[in-house]
Design a protein around this ligand. Structure first.
Ligand SMILES: [Fe+2]
Length: 260
């Protein structure tokens, strides 16, 4: 057994603190480094759209201006926000500013996430908070140009009502849901799903992948990326912001450019 004298202990503690700070700095820098990810879905609508998710704001360090420019450069017809718009009520003003900026060049559709619900911002209240420039979908659907867009309230907190959301819709249907666990009941019933919530784990280790996912165990496989379940495609984004702590590792934040 190695014993350290006081000087040795202080040296070791200092080295550990420097390593943690350096690692922490790297992880914060990664959380600031937005990437553009391109994904194709087989909806057949012939449209360009962008997905953002999990903006959170007060627990995030991405640049809103950079995100808006990235989105705008894709010339999307639609921008879909798949929830966790805010972490706290105080983030509403920044969310409204960002989404209003995006609504100047695209139609914006939003579904609430678990954090929104935890702050009392289900679809109705989130709609009031964000204003009429954007459309919040809470267990409902709208017909867009060549496809139906459905959106459920947050599945993670048990507010999703898929039957109600799909009552009016006919194929092809694109479903927005915060948590990918919606695939359990949406597979085979919609053409495609866009989800967020996982943040890709936020911290991913080589070989091990995500260290922790806020999902029931049977859905852990849906941590990030494109999946095909039966005839239903699903893309799960790493998200644009960060929750709890503004750090990421091997899991940069993203804006998703979609061909639908
Ligand atoms: Fe989130």
């Amino acid at each position: 057994m190695v014993r350290l004298d006081r000087r040795g202990f202080l040296k070791l503690s200092g080295a550990a603190a420097v390593a943690a700070l350096a690692g922490g700095g790297t992880a914060v820098a990664e959380a600031m480094s937005l990437e553009l990810t391109r994904v194709s879905l087989s909806l057949g609508a012939g449209k360009r759209a962008v997905q953002i998710s999990d903006t959170h704001f007060s627990t995030s360090v991405f640049s809103v201006d950079e995100a808006v420019e990235l989105i705008k450069a894709e010339k999307p017809a639609y921008v879909f926000h798949t929830g966790d718009v805010v972490s706290f009520r105080r983030d509403v003003e920044r969310a409204r500013e960002m989404l209003r900026a995006v609504a100047e060049f695209a139609e914006v559709y939003v579904v609430p996430g678990n954090h929104d619900h935890w702050r009392g911002l289900g679809a109705e209240k989130l709609q009031e908070a964000l204003g009429e420039e954007v459309k919040v979908l809470g267990n409902t659907s709208v017909y867009l140009d060549g496809f139906w867009l459905a959106g459920v309230e947050d599945p993670f907190t048990g507010h999703a009502r898929l039957d109600r959301a799909l009552r009016e819709a006919a194929e092809p249907v694109l479903l927005l849901a915060h948590s990918p666990q919606i695939i359990g009941e949406a597979a085979g019933r919609v053409n495609a799903v866009l989800a967020g919530h996982t943040h890709g784990g936020q911290v991913r280790l080589p070989l091990l992948g995500a260290l922790w996912l806020p999902l029931p165990k049977e859905y852990w496989r849906y941590d990030y990326g494109k999946f095909v379940v039966g005839r239903t495609e699903m893309f799960v984004t790493r998200g644009t912001g960060t929750g709890w702590l503004p750090v990421r590792l091997n899991c940069p934040p993203e804006v998703v450019s979609l061909r639908i």
